[in-house]
Write a new protein. Structure first.
Length: 391
């Protein structure tokens, strides 16, 4: 496990009655409160010690008033993108907001009008298609093609699905729930499609730091000046450092005109003010959190190996391509021949709370998503229950 020995990821932490979505909504979500929750994509690990210390130090000051985003925040974000992904970001491109989904909603409002179309490759993290629908946009689903290593872009079919009223394409990169890291050539071809159809791109890259060795994450906007001029990149330290509840994210917008439109939309909704504690955590995590992140990824890689080895005997009825990023397994259960509701019920009866594939769109029928970011002893228990339920 190497570097992970410096940090204790094996320690089980009781999250019950902490207003945790993952734990305290089990009864409402699954009809029973004692299921092992493997659904919401946060981790059952303590945040990095540097973040805990920074928050404690700031909390020691007894006034928690209105807060501005200091230049140090944009500088830290730019430095992080350069170190981690080789992307030279100018600090003035950055706009901080209260979470990735609010920034997604503001981006949709800023760059499209009600009644216009927004294209979304699916299956995908469901707010990426639910948000434009709620805002009165017409969603064009672009089904991903299932290849030997996971989902792939089906660009010929997508080109036929686009309409003259399509204004935006929302990309999930790396992909949730499938765990794909899109290759350079894939992103280039997707970018060419967007250029031909004059589409702006909103790229959700919140899982960019949770990438396993072998294929680096490439920010779409880093591929060319042409793509940078039409891309809004959304990111956050929330997934990387398990601090999603601090509701702090950012948009990187290289084009000045797009940046001004986004900023105006943020102002219109009074969303430009930062979360005090989220800002504190971001500065600490991006400044001092890389050793913890390296240890986390080593631990997750071992968890992934355990999960794939334990589930291998279920093939070919249940199969899973190795994810290249995220702490999520996209389980293909279609070989069981069970209706989605029955598959979900069987796992609940086994004491397991997974995300049904249909949550991510009808293209997810027959799949289940499993979050393996939990202490290893609990993961073993969950996997044993899963094998027993599906064997």
């Amino acid at each position: 496990m190497g570097a992970a020995l410096s940090f204790d990821f094996d320690n089980p932490i009781d999250r019950s009655y902490t207003h945790s979505v993952k734990y305290d909504l089990r009864q409402a979500r699954f009809g029973r409160a004692e299921v092992l929750p493997l659904w919401v994509a946060d981790m059952d690990f303590a945040a990095p010690p540097c973040v805990e210390s920074a928050l404690a130090a700031r909390a020691a000051h007894p006034i928690y008033g209105y807060t501005v985003t200091p230049p140090a925040a944009a500088a830290a974000i730019a430095a992080w993108q350069q170190r981690r992904h080789g992307w030279a970001v100018a600090p003035e491109w950055v706009r901080v907001g209260p979470g990735l989904l609010p920034l997604l909603a503001v981006s949709i409002e800023a760059f499209s009008r009600p009644g216009e179309a927004v294209a979304v490759p699916t299956p995908v993290y469901n707010p990426l298609f639910e948000c434009p629908e709620r805002l009165g946009r017409r969603v064009i689903r672009l089904p991903l093609r299932l290849g030997p290593t996971g989902p792939e872009f089906d660009l010929d079919a997508w080109a036929e699905a686009l309409t003259p009223e399509t204004r935006l394409l929302i990309l999930c990169s790396p992909h949730n729930p499938c765990g794909r890291v899109w290759r350079h050539d894939e992103l280039e071809r997707l970018g060419a499609l967007c250029l031909r159809h004059d589409l702006l791109i909103v790229s959700d890259e919140i899982h960019a730091d949770l990438v396993y060795p072998g294929q680096p994450h490439l920010p779409l906007a880093s591929l060319s000046a042409e793509l940078a001029a039409r891309t809004v990149t959304l990111n956050s330290p929330g997934k990387t450092f398990n601090i999603a509840g601090l509701n702090t994210a950012y948009a990187i917008v290289p084009d000045p005109a797009l940046r001004e439109r986004l900023h105006a939309a943020l102002q219109a909704h009074y969303l430009e003010g930062p979360n005090l504690m989220g800002l504190t955590a971001l500065l600490a995590a991006y400044g001092e959190g890389e050793a913890w992140l390296a240890a986390l990824m080593a631990y997750l890689a071992d968890n992934l190996d355990l999960a794939l080895a334990t589930l291998a005997p279920l093939a070919p009825r249940v199969v899973c391509a190795r994810p290249q990023a995220t702490h999520l397994l996209w389980l293909d259960c279609r070989g069981l021949g069970l209706p989605d509701a029955q598959l979900h019920r069987r796992l609940i009866d086994a004491g397991l709370g997974l995300s049904p594939g249909t949550q991510f769109g009808p293209e997810g029928s027959g799949f289940m998503r499993l979050n393996f970011a939990l202490p290893r002893a609990r993961l073993r228990e969950a996997l044993d229950r899963l094998v027993a339920a599906l064997a």
